[in-house]
Ligand binder design. Structure first.
Ligand code: NDP
Ligand code: ZN
Length: 178
């Protein structure tokens, strides 16, 4: 399969899986804009052209947020892509608080490929918080999300200068001692 075929197959799979989902912003943006935007940050800003990383970015929320299984990802896209998706997927059987704590703890031990996807995911979500936040979030909840994200990002440093610089600019705007 050509690189173009592989990427379109991946986009088609993710868009089918997320077809009923929306983001939490006022416009209820189609959910698929998020994984595609994460992959676009990786190509356009981080200058990443590793196909497995880009596929994992496109697929990164399919297991966490839809009925997709890791077996399905491995069968359709191979073990390398599946392993990256596995690394960036929260265990939904745990409480939200535990999942947040584990993201901070796991960040420094992640592979380079997973760190790239995690940085791009955080960057996309923090830009969303600045430009089109979830409708029902008050200032306190937004601030807590910025603070937690910085803890995760601090464990991912030394991975990609462009994304880390953009994230630091965001943290400077929202965290007093950043
Ligand atoms: P959630 O995990 O509930 O929501 C954030 C996630 O929603 C993002 O990581 C992103 O995940 C997705 N998302 C969808 N649309 C948007 C959008 N427009 N902008 C940004 N993200 C979007 O948040 P938290 O529970 O972490 O809440 C933030 C902080 O507030 C936490 O630190 C928590 O302690 C605190 N808090 C939480 C409360 C709660 O009920 N959970 C209540 C009060 C405070 P993805 O990339 O997967 O799409
Ligand atoms: Zn995401």
């Amino acid at each position: 399969m050509s690189v173009a075929e592989i990427l379109i197959k991946t986009v088609n799979f993710a868009s089918t899986k997320h077809k009923h989902q929306r983001r939490k912003d006022e416009a209820q943006t189609p959910y698929i804009n998020h994984p595609l935007g994460v992959a676009y940050i990786l190509t356009s800003e981080a200058k990443i052209d590793n196909i497995h990383v880009l596929q994992a970015a496109i697929l990164h929320d399919t297991v966490e947020d839809t009925d997709t299984t890791f077996e399905e990802i491995e069968t359709e896209f191979g073990v390398e892509v599946c392993n990256i998706v596995r690394e960036v997927t929260d265990d939904k059987s745990l409480t939200k608080e535990t999942r947040k704590k584990l993201q901070v703890e796991h960040a420094p031990n992640s592979t380079y490929e997973a760190k790239l996807v995690k940085l791009a995911d955080k960057l996309y979500n923090l830009r969303d918080l600045e430009n089109s936040p979830p409708v029902d979030w008050d200032e306190n909840r937004i601030n807590q999300y910025f603070n937690w994200s910085k803890q995760v990002v601090d464990g991912l440093r030394g991975t990609n200068e462009a994304m880390e610089k953009s994230l630091d600019d965001i943290f400077k705007r929202h965290i007093s001692c950043a």
